[in-house]
Design a protein around this ligand. Structure first.
Ligand SMILES: [Zn+2]
Length: 172
């Protein structure tokens, strides 16, 4: 089985878990619980601003849209391409991996970043990640085709709310 990202790099899914044989996204009810939780969370966070931009820009309109997501649903860290190295540095070199798999990871990264934590200039070596795929909550992969991005982005507020209703019915 191959792994795919949906909309944002970072979180990876087993293709068979989230796509049906017709190549379309499965209904949430047919996904395994963890995939369902993350896919539904994606519909809420795709298009949101980068956390690091949000923490550092006085003018919120200047924030970049996030391209990558790390961490756990409801405790995720959203990052633009410019700020991804800061997170990777924190995670690998500044003790962030201690919080892998925890919702608190978000809070600790925000704290570090807000206190002025930054990657050194030029720190953006993704090769290291590929060598150690388990070293990050989810290994990033760039340039992946994300056919569902538009579909998910195209959901209006009502559809998202409907999705939430479905989710509560599913007793998540
Ligand atoms: Zn940013």
């Amino acid at each position: 089985m191959s792994k795919v990202s949906i909309g944002l790099r970072g979180w990876r899914f087993e293709e068979d878990d989230v796509f049906g044989e017709d190549g379309a996204l499965k209904p949430l009810a047919q996904m395994p619980p963890e995939a369902r939780q993350r896919v539904s969370r994606l519909t809420a966070i795709i298009g949101n601003a980068c956390d690091a931009c949000w923490l550092s820009e006085d003018e919120k309109a200047d924030c970049n849209v996030a391209r990558v997501v790390y961490g756990e649903p409801m405790g995720e860290v959203l990052l633009c391409d410019d700020h991804e190295p800061d997170f990777l540095y924190w995670f690998r070199e500044a003790g962030g991996d201690e919080y892998a798999g925890e919702v608190a990871l978000q809070e600790y990264f925000h704290q570090w970043f807000a206190d002025g934590g930054r990657a050194p200039d030029g720190y953006a070596n993704l090769e290291h990640v590929e060598e150690e795929p388990d070293a990050l909550p989810e290994a990033p992969e760039s340039g992946e085709i994300e056919p569902l991005e538009e579909e998910l982005k195209g959901m209006d507020e009502e559809e998202r709310e409907a999705l939430d209703v479905d989710l509560s019915d599913l007793d998540l």
